[in-house]
Write a protein that binds this ligand. Structure first.
Ligand SMILES: *Cc1c(COP(=O)(O)O)cnc(C)c1O
Length: 469
């Protein structure tokens, strides 16, 4: 049998570990890891030979010591490489959930690094020399941002909602409009969270219309909560009606049933000047009478992953006592990042210092100037200027924030001589660092709104390298 004799050509592990290249790998990465990966690689070759997939010259090549050691070295590199990798977001989607949502300011990132590599006074009152609360690090800033309200910050907004539902609605009915039984993405579905919390869903109204009277009729002695959900990622247009926070708050007051509002993106400042509609600052929702508002830390707020619960003192106190609060508590790195992010708001510098807001605030003109600079530099170095144009387009806020949250932008559009720029998109995505753009109608579109200005030079270099190929 040819295949049986082929199998015999695979070198033995004992011989391989004595070879120079494998011995070098062992010195760097240890005997156990290298030996295990060697065995796995040899098993793979064995299967390929047995299946007749590896023959002739390919086989001859694959069974050499140098080919095997190179394959194992590549395995080790992949296994031990840092991950997640830093990527360049040229999609123009600012809060891009798949790319990590918001990025931190250098100051906030610095606080994370400092808190990560040292013991910190996380739950320790240094003045008194006794136990403190991790929320104390955020308390003075939150008091300024939400005067008269209490707060709790947990791991993410999904956890914040779960905590509210479980803590205040378990075993009782929670009234929600059928128009707000939404899926936010990443398998966050309001009805599922409700059921998982032990609360009972009481749907009212219809998909497109829910009136105050629908809520009122559903109120019984079993009602535990009124829940309103920001339908952040879609919009019902036309014959539609939803009941606003103010009217629900009125019903909540007269009935004594707390009103919880999941405000999704949770911006702390007025984004009106950016013409991002549907997103009102959290303060306004509280002023309108919501008892508790929950929102994310890493969407329009521009901080780390976190979930805020802000509002009524007594309700928050009950939630802080809840065992679930311990289950989904915020870790010290996020507290450090969040505190630094919140200082930007307290100082009135959010649009300068919080990258998410700075990116959203950039005008199409500013972005166009950067795109034009990149275009000229690449054209000059490659002589391929005719392939590149700066064109009008739209950036998106993303992250399940306002569905109408589009900002006019200028895009660097690159045509490919063969007509389809997909291969260029792929090369940029697979290179180092990966550059993520999008192809539309055969053109590669890069939106510099979400590219850090400090990355422009690198983008030029990468484009020059790809266009020269
Ligand atoms: C994004 C979002 C959530 C989930 O928030 P996470 O911080 O991702 O857990 C919940 N509700 C709404 C309305 C959202 O937009």
């Amino acid at each position: 049998m040819q295949r049986t004799s082929d199998l015999k050509r695979l070198p033995a592990v004992s011989r391989l570990v004595q070879s120079r290249p494998v011995a070098a790998l062992i010195r760097r990465h240890g005997h156990e890891l290298v030996r295990d990966l060697l065995r796995e690689h040899l098993d793979r070759l064995r299967r390929q030979i047995a299946a007749g997939e590896l023959t002739g010259r390919d086989l001859q090549q694959a069974v050499t010591v140098s080919a095997i050691s190179r394959a194992v070295a590549a395995e080790i590199d992949g296994l031990l490489a840092p991950s997640p990798r830093q990527v360049v977001n040229a999609t123009g989607v600012v809060v891009h959930t798949n790319l990590g949502r918001s990025i931190l300011s250098p100051e906030a990132a610095g606080r994370v690094a400092a808190a990560a590599s040292s013991y910190v006074d996380l739950e320790y009152d240094l003045a008194e020399g006794r136990r403190g609360s991790r929320m104390d690090h955020l308390e003075p800033l939150m008091r300024r941002l939400f005067p008269g309200h209490s707060f709790l910050v947990v791991n993410n907004n999904a956890a914040a909602i779960m905590l509210c539902l479980q803590g205040l609605g378990r075993g009782r009915e929670v009234i929600v409009s059928r128009g707000e039984l939404v899926e936010i993405g990443g398998s966050f579905r309001v009805p599922d969270i409700l059921v998982a919390s032990g609360a009972k869903l009481r749907e009212v109204g219809t998909t497109n219309r829910t009136r105050l009277a629908d809520y009122r009729k559903a109120l019984t002695a079993r009602t535990g909560l009124l829940l309103k959900v920001h339908t952040s990622n879609f919009r019902i247009v036309g014959f539609a009606e939803e009941t606003g926070v103010a009217s629900l708050a009125e019903l909540s007051r007269t009935s004594g049933v707390p009103l919880v509002v999941d405000w999704g993106s949770g911006d702390l400042v007025d984004l009106g000047p950016l013409e991002i509609r549907d997103e009102r600052p959290v303060r306004e929702i509280l002023d309108a009478g919501a008892d508790l508002v929950t929102f994310s830390g890493d969407k329009l707020l521009g901080g780390p992953q976190a979930g805020f619960i802000v509002g009524d003192r007594d309700l928050v106190a009950r939630l802080r006592e809840n065992p679930l609060a311990r289950v989904c508590r915020l870790d010290r790195l996020m507290i450090a990042a969040l505190r630094e992010t919140l200082t930007a708001y307290v100082r009135g510098r959010a649009f300068q210092d919080v990258p998410t807001l700075r990116m959203l605030a950039a005008t199409a003109k500013e972005i166009g100037q950067r795109a034009e600079r990149v275009r000229r530099a690449v054209a000059r170095q490659t002589g391929q200027g005719s392939l590149m144009h700066v064109v009008a387009g739209v950036s998106r806020t993303g992250g399940g924030s306002s569905p109408t949250g589009e900002r006019p932008t200028r895009l660097l559009a690159i045509d490919w001589p063969d007509g389809d720029a997909a291969p260029l998109e792929r090369c940029l995505r697979l290179g180092t660092p990966p550059i993520v753009g999008r192809v539309q109608e055969g053109r590669l579109l890069l939106d510099l709104r979400t590219v850090l200005p400090a990355q422009d030079e690198m983008l030029i270099e990468r484009l020059v390298a790809e266009l020269r190929r």
